[in-house]
Design a protein. Structure first.
Lengths: 154, 457
């Protein structure tokens, strides 16, 4: 094989890889606003009365942050989990996790490392802003029961 | 006398394993990377295919890595620092001191994120040192506290022969089995319910290592039985830096070191454990796995996870063996000999898997080590003023993580293809070499694609 043939093959390979990248890449990045609409609609927030509902936690509300809260509710009964297994929220969203259970335990959101007590008749509530992307497990700490995997997407 | 010590050490090791009430990695890994977008997966897998075809038709025809002349060691100021014996011992004793701190911290019966123990073991040591070895060469040869203990206990048997000569047939099997033990504890987390177990596990490993060194001598055990010395040593072969026979630092092309790996029994098993365990870790974090195992607790969970880990390792081994059997039909001869010969070309893929799966873990969860360094034993200290810091979960954007993951998987694939090609043309004539590569490239594309698939699932 002549040396130049080798270079042509290498160049063709590189070109093919670049071409593949251009072809398979989605034509436009999915725009943030539209996706937020879609995800927060899975549980409409009851307290969208703006202004009064946001306590001191967000002292300087920037325009991109809405007063909407994405609520994720699950119920634990007899060791079985009823609720979404892989709920998706947008990065920057306010999220409230509500867990009802027929046992006393501690609900733990890994990564963000937030916990709340749950008792029969007393649901646990964890509310936070999803600043970091990733997949985060929510589990009952004592029993080790995984409730769901929260996906925070960019 | 020595035999009695060895018996005592083995007994003590057995005792500490049996009574270990050992809470480990999963408490640490609270955050998992988002799945790679489907289009990026298609791009990565497609590129791996293109690379493979280019390699078949256009790579060099004379081996470049095999039988290279020795690289010269150049004298320099840096050289004299790196070969300074006193400095070496300062580093050794510091690393030994760190082991003591980590063991004490890991024995504390508190949550794994509270002390410096688990984060140093699973993020800094296991992930961080793997990456560092690929870049800087065999650091563990100097850092290993196990090796240092062996030297301090004069288990070198310089003037006599050790009680037993190391059985050649064992090869690297002890290291492969112990590495499996480590990934089992990391990924299956069998002692999750008993806090402080990690400390006992480390102590047990120290005792096993001491026993091995007492019976077979420090050098033989380090080469064959000390899991991390063998694993890090293999990864260090990728590095452009190495030490020559006299301990001087030399520079060489990256990957070249892998051509010099001597085949030994168990080496392939060790590589399969490394490859399979990372694959299983990815698999066990997919929603499919998590939602199907969510309700398992206690011994059931341990059983299912252990079966999963073993199953994935065996699947990886089966795929590789099958490809080697196909290649052996082409060139003749036993497939097993061929499998051992080509094993080093899987090491770049091992590293690529590790980087893709764990680099965000190292950079994000690893921050906990900086926080906990101020309060290593969870006693309320603030030695360096970092105790009040918290982990920045948003350090790396999801897009950055995706691009890095796909890039390293593809680069690892290129490394593997290049090494396999080089070895094939060194072993066989050109036509046969090309034909052995079909099967090998197929299995590498399979590993790369399944690595990407798990990242995108």
């Amino acid at each position: 094989m002549k040396p130049y043939v080798r270079w042509i093959i290498l160049a063709a390979g590189a070109l093919a890889a670049v071409g593949l990248f251009v072809i398979v890449r989605p034509s436009s990045e999915p725009d943030r606003g539209g996706a937020t609409q879609a995800t927060s609609s899975n549980t409409p927030s009851p307290q969208a009365t703006d202004g009064t509902t946001e306590p001191a936690e967000t002292p300087s509300p920037s325009p991109s942050l809405t007063a909407d809260v994405t609520v994720i509710e699950v119920t634990v009964q007899g060791g079985a989990v009823d609720g979404p297994s892989e709920p998706k929220v947008q990065q920057g969203d306010r999220v409230r996790i509500v867990v009802e259970a027929d046992v006393a335990d501690e609900v733990h959101l890994h990564g963000y490392d937030l916990s709340a007590e749950v008792r029969p008749g007393r649901p646990a509530e964890i509310e936070f802003r999803a600043t970091a992307t990733g997949v985060f497990e929510v589990e009952l700490e004592e029993s080790g029961l995984v409730l769901f995997q929260l996906r925070v997407v960019p | 006398m020595r035999r009695r010590i060895a018996a005592l050490v083995v007994l003590a090791a057995a005792w500490s394993v049996a009574t270990a009430a050992p809470a480990l990695a999963h408490g640490l890994g609270g955050r998992v990377d988002l799945p790679v977008p489907r289009w990026l997966f298609v791009f990565g897998a497609g590129t791996a295919l293109i690379v493979s075809f280019v390699a078949l038709s256009a790579l060099w025809t004379e081996p470049k890595f095999e039988c290279r002349p020795a690289d010269p060691a150049r004298p320099s100021l840096l050289q004299s620092v790196l070969t300074n014996r006193s400095l070496e011992w300062v580093v050794r004793l510091l690393a030994l001191g760190l082991l003591v701190v980590v063991v004490i911290a890991s024995l504390r019966r508190v949550s794994p994120t509270e002390t410096i123990g688990p984060v140093v073991v699973f993020a800094w040591f296991w992930v961080g040192l793997t990456f560092a070895h690929a870049l800087l060469g065999n650091l563990w040869a100097t850092l290993s506290p196990f090796d240092t203990i062996g030297r301090l206990a004069s288990l070198d048997y310089r003037y006599e022969s050790p009680p037993r000569a190391y059985p050649k047939a064992w090869g690297r099997w002890p290291a492969a089995i112990l590495l499996f033990g480590f990934v089992w504890i990391e990924l299956v987390d069998p002692f999750a319910d008993s806090l402080g177990s990690l400390g006992l596990v480390i102590l047990a490993y120290v005792l096993i290592t001491l026993a091995g060194m007492t019976v077979f001598g420090r050098r033989a055990w380090t080469e064959n039985g000390e899991a991390f010395a063998v694993f890090f040593g293999l990864i260090a072969r990728l590095s452009p830096l190495a030490r020559d026979g006299e301990g001087r630092v030399i520079a060489r092309p990256p990957l070249a070191g892998l051509a010099e790996v001597e085949p030994a029994p168990g080496l392939l098993a060790l590589i399969m454990v490394a490859l399979g365990s990372t694959t299983f870790d990815g698999l066990s974090r997919t929603n499919l796995w998590v939602s199907n195992t969510a309700s398992l607790t206690g011994i059931e969970r341990v059983g299912v996870y252990t079966a999963g880990l073993l199953g994935v390792i065996l699947l990886v081994a089966a795929a590789y063996s099958l490809a080697m059997a196909a290649a052996a039909r082409v060139v003749g001869g036993p497939w097993h000999a061929l499998a051992v010969r080509f094993a080093p070309s899987l090491v770049p893929i091992v590293l690529a898997y590790a980087v893709a799966h764990y680099f965000s873990f190292l950079l994000i969860e690893g921050q906990l080590g900086i926080v906990n360094a101020s309060d290593p034993f969870d006693l309320g200290w603030d030695l360096f003023g970092t105790a009040g810091w918290s982990v920045n979960l948003a350090l790396l954007s999801a897009t950055l993580i995706w691009y890095v993951q796909v890039a390293v998987i593809v680069i690892g694939h290129i490394g593997g293809v290049v090494l396999a090609h080089d070895r094939a043309i060194a072993l066989f004539d050109r036509a046969a070499a090309i034909r052995t590569q079909y099967a090998l490239l197929a299995v590498m594309v399979l590993f790369t694609a399944s690595g990407l698939l798990i990242l995108s699932g």
